[in-house]
Design a protein around this ligand. Sequence first.
Ligand code: PGA
Length: 230
Amino acid sequence: MENKIIIGNMKMYLNFDDIKNYLDKTNDTLLKAIISPSSIYIPYFLDKGYKVAIQNISEHDNGAYTGEVSASQAKSMNIDYVILGHSEVRKNLIENNYKINQKIKNCLEQDLKVILCIGESKEERDNNKTKDIIKKQLDLCLKDIIDYDSIIIAYEPIWAIGTGIIPSNDEIRKILEYIHSLYKVKIIYGGSVDEENIKTLNKIDLDGFIIGSSCINPDKFIEIIKTIDK
Ligand code: PGA
């Protein structure tokens, strides 16, 4: 394995007692993942030696923005990665490609690595719009950005997130090829990855995976990491 990127997106799951149990399970396998807990728990993961991704940052640098965290604040906490453009953030926090573009610029200025989530809805897929949507998201989110070394694209079809339904390997390969034809970036897959389907998904020549609900249970997550790591 050539150091695959494995992200554990904990979303807004787990209370502090669960987090303490999780941290107690920390071992060399879990430490291979980049973990993305709710922001309030980040220092505990950093103290245990995890690489950490914050689930979002503000489009602003500094100032009167209650409830937000800036790229420079994240950097000052020794956070290395930022997840941007997740479909749940796009939907619930009214995120758009223009804001994401500004946020990516803020991250790159702070030397933070960006995990940029893109992907089509079921309706867009059914109407054969997948490639158009992906191209639009990439072109707008990456506008004016010339160096892609710090950008990881997470292809996460919205219809696959939290549904237990995943695209076939061939479908993912086609998207992978398409993205590579547009941008020279690292590409990972996300959407309902679990300890069973990872055995098949891992046959695709991807740079890694982003795992949501299946990273909440450390034992399951360890199994997934071990499969990717083979
Ligand atoms: P899921 O979430 O694995 O629960 O589908 C993935 C994600 O939203 O990043």
